[in-house]
Design a binder for this molecule. Sequence first.
Ligand code: SAM
Length: 277
Amino acid sequence: MIKFIEQEPYSPIAHTYEVEKILHKEKSKFQELTVIQNPFFGRMLLLDGIVQITDRDELFYHEIITQIVMHAHPEPKRVVVIGGGDGGVVKEVLKHKSVEKVYFVEIDEAVIRVSKEFFPSVSEKVDDPKVEIKVMDGAEFVRSVKNIDITIVDSTDVIGFARTLFTKEFFDNVKNSMNSNGMFVTHTESLHFHKDIVIEMQENLKKVFPVVDLYTQCIATYPGNWWAFAVGTSGLDPRVMRHPFEIETKYYDDEIHERLFVTKKFYKKLINRELKW
Ligand code: SAM
């Protein structure tokens, strides 16, 4: 069987996956898209040779990047999803009845199209009438939108054209687009491998948002596995759930919500750069 070796440029290890079949390959204006079939993970979406989602473990990422802020916000109505061309975050957002509008801002239309074909259950909600698809740079989009309750960034790694989504200018524009209870979440790579990026993102968010916090989740297929999510809010504590857990999920629930956040003692040592590993 042929093998695919993922060598993420900022990761000290490489992952090797068996390839039963290459189901799709194309070069878009932005990146190379490949869909492979693996005996354990099922279908896998690769962008420029980096694993984005797999049939088997996408739920652990999509539920966790989405449901923390969706439950910490008192009543999310207007949501922006940036990146996430596979539609997994949009699907999670639309589980909430309070949601009236989702701006789904993906820079590369090819990711939306290919995901619809090869990951139909993940992208099943992208054509919902509440969803407005914008094929453009998310950093550009947030400059003009207003009255947003939640912004979720589900982008590729903090390199390349996703870089615009990790700058202070972007965070300023997100904050300005928000209602008074606004919340923002983004992934910030792995605490094992990219501790400095995790800290830098927390510092940048603190320049903009009154409340900033950090939670983590294990993701089998992302290098470093111990994945970090940064939250910024206009004042509300994201560790607190503000409405009951009433949606269908496989992993996220009201017991896990607060447990996913790092402890306050650990957070302090991390941010003060007291921890060496
Ligand atoms: N969960 C995945 C991960 O962390 O590996 C990310 C999946 S999703 C497919 C990432 C998407 O972000 C890609 O489709 C990419 O085109 C999109 N993206 C990257 N930079 C972007 C930007 N500046 N604006 C909008 N979308 C962007």
